[in-house]
Design a protein around this ligand. Structure first.
Ligand SMILES: [Cu+2]
Length: 346
């Protein structure tokens, strides 16, 4: 009786686990819902290893339960059973079967390990993209197209994206669960691999390596477009933007305070994200909704949004301003926001 009462105590725990696990279901960030060939191959490997493990567990448990029941000591039976020591047949079986199972697991694993690391940078049908991870943002360069962007990686569908990935500071890890497994970004080193998306969609990406205070905020997005829309995006990125007259004041302030880190042209790279086409991005700094309030918050005090962010603060009372911070007047911040809002793609 007492024992059963104890079991009831676990119900809240199970309830909590259920609640937590039901959270796992976002279509755009799940390895269990692969959206490209690489992720599909990797899911196959996961299913294969899981299947083999399940088989072993089931067989072992069935045998165990069978032996437990079959060879129970019966009532009135008090002889000591025959003691058996060593059995060649059994030993061969339990050595050979695991070897076979491991081979079944090893052959496809080794095959895919090499296949998925193929270098497609010189493949004419692939699109090379160079990824540089920064604490706490992502930079994407398209060497063959002469453009670069940040936070939102835009790719064509049904084309291999040949990645060359590295880090500008500490070790990060590039992970788009819907498209494929993680890949470390190491300072001073490049890792090469590829991913591919089936359809037009937006997938969430994450940094998967604890890299500092704002590691959990180091999100990015992958937008897949069909070939025509992708070409249009490239053309838009390259089209020179014109600044309307009422944003000129903001542009001047931007040049004086921000341009040293932020490029606003097709190819530009710097210590901060390229802001070319920034007004067309859905988020600010990869996490805040894109609106004037977020921009104001970010420019005034980036560290309050992303602790450890490497952008100076321009508001009057930043929490932990990094060198280069200086207080701009409220009107000046407003003017800069006005200017940033003109950086649209057509
Ligand atoms: Cu990181």
């Amino acid at each position: 009786m007492i024992r059963w009462q104890n079991l009831w105590r676990f119900i809240p725990l199970f309830g909590l686990m259920m609640l937590l696990l039901t959270g796992c279901g976002d279509d755009t960030i799940s390895t269990l819902r692969p959206r490209g060939p690489v992720a599909r191959d990797q899911l196959f490997l996961m299913k294969l290893s899981f299947g083999i493990m399940l088989l072993v567990v089931v067989v072992v448990f069935v045998l165990y339960l069978y032996v437990l029941v079959r060879f129970r000591k019966k009532k009135g039976e008090d002889i000591i059973p025959k003691q058996v020591e060593g059995s060649h047949t059994l030993e061969i079986i339990w050595t050979v079967v695991p070897i076979i199972l491991l081979l079944i697991l090893a052959v496809p694993t080794v095959k895919y390990t090499f296949q998925l690391l193929e270098d497609h940078r010189d493949n004419k049908d692939a699109l090379p993209v160079k990824v540089t991870a920064h604490a706490f943002w992502w930079q994407f360069e398209y060497p063959t197209l002469g453009i670069s962007t940040a936070q939102d990686l835009v790719i064509p569908t049904n084309k291999k994206i040949a990645f060359e990935i590295t880090s500008a500071d500490v070790k990060h890890s590039f992970w788009v669960p819907s498209l494929g497994g993680k890949m470390d970004t190491n300072p001073g080193l490049s890792n090469v691999f590829y991913l591919q998306a089936d359809e037009v969609d937006t997938f969430k990406g994450k940094c998967a390596e604890l890299c500092g205070a704002s590691h959990a905020l180091m999100d990015f997005k992958v937008k897949s477009l069909d070939a025509a829309a992708f070409d249009q995006w490239v053309a838009d990125m390259k089209a020179p933007s014109t600044v309307p007259a009422d944003a000129k004041a903001g542009e001047t302030l931007f040049k004086d305070n921000c341009l040293s880190c932020h490029a606003v042209n097709a190819q530009g790279l710097g210590a901060g994200p390229n802001l070319n086409g920034f007004a067309s991005r859905e988020l600010v700094a990869g996490i805040l909704p894109h609106n004037d309030k977020s921009l104001h918050e970010w420019i005034s005090d980036p560290q309050s949004v992303k602790p450890g962010a490497r952008m100076p603060a321009f508001g009057p009372t930043p929490i932990e301003p990094i060198p280069g911070s200086k207080a701009l007047e409220e009107q000046q911040i407003q003017d800069i926001i006005k200017y940033l809002n003109t950086l649209t793609l057509k």
